[in-house]
Design a protein around this ligand. Sequence first.
Ligand code: FAD
Ligand code: DHB
Length: 391
Amino acid sequence: MRTTVGIVGAGPAGLTLARLLRLAGIDCVVLECRDRAHVERRQRAGVLEQGTADVLRAAGAGERLDREGLPHDGMELRFDRRRHRVDFPDLTGGRRVTVYAQTEVCKDLIALAETDGPPVLFEAEVLAVEDVDTDAPRIRFRRDGREEVLECAYVAGCDGFHGVCRAAVPAAVSRVFERAHAYAWLGVLADVPPSHDELVYARHDRGFALLSMRSPTVSRLYLQVPEGTKAEEWTDEEIWDELDRRLETADDWTLERGPLTQKSVTPMRSYVHEPMRYGRLFLAGDAAHIVPPTGAKGLNLAVGDVVVLARALEHERRTGSPALLDAYSATCLRRVWQAERFSHDMTALLHRDPGATAFDDRLQLARLDRVATSRSAAADLAEGYTGFPFG
Ligand code: FAD
Ligand code: DHB
């Protein structure tokens, strides 16, 4: 089998790239190791930056997003039982975010690929990418128990953090920057209307809590838990009780409870692999970088990377110049590091570190108070949250 761009992974990065290349008339094939139902059901991110929603719309994947996505013009910060709203359009010159789940983004892009191409091969496990430092890279994969090869001009490594593409960059070239966090998120889905119409990010002495949503009838909630926690260690009642404690306010706000339909633990990690390009291999999304989820940046970064990549491949096809491909890594990394910084700062602002002292607690509250009282501090947060420009 042969194509121009071999895309490994059908997450948001691989599927968006496939769509952008299809529109540009550049051949590609997507190889995905899991089955379609798994990709469409995997509960992950929920917040689309303005720029991400605009990219999806321009790519023809905006119809259901505009119908069912929930536009949000602000978020609430909760600390010391106080509530403070951050108004995005007011602080950013009109920007907002859209709450639309990653599962739905993937479903929409898979449906488009199904009717319009390119081919997305599910249950096709990539074993290795080879010869990426030559003009003829090869992707070896296994499907239906048989080994096959996809020959291509370029490889897009969109295979997430645990994928195989990053390993094709020689150790002598790779540089890894990372930071571990001593806590994780316990995330639940609940069949109950969200108790607030905007996302609530809460700082509490017992740890962080987040109230988000999937639709007007489904809530998505998260609790900071110690690293290594298993979801089964928490009963549904314990989860609701803890959310109640951490989200409590001095006014008459209450948290509505409902049946929990899913529970899972997400580890927290900050990680960047440099460079994002080696020869004809281009890493995009979680394959190249991970942010802690507090800033809701993971999916948005993945889309940003492939916008830069699609533009560079199109430029090369049109002009013969590899200039934008050569600049790919540096262009993406500028935005990636802004998102790392933002996600790290927002994580530190809202989580309780196991080693935190009373002094650290007071500093954290002073930082939150600063956001609540200074327009420039609030604008900094709103700008970061609604998104940095694509390179
Ligand atoms: P992925 O979505 O990981 O997609 C990679 C794809 O490659 C997968 O479909 C995988 O099956 C496939 N693949 C892997 N190896 C191979 C192989 N060898 N051969 C073929 N295919 C392969 N972000 C937020 O903003 N908020 C959140 O709440 C949040 N929660 C998360 C929870 C979890 C458990 C995880 C892992 C991530 C979460 N993220 C969250 C991050 C966000 O979901 C990711 O940043 C986003 O999915 C990145 O998209 P991607 O396409 O780069 O990678
Ligand atoms: C969601 C996830 C996030 O990481 C975040 O910061 C906000 C919302 C969510 O899954 O809805």
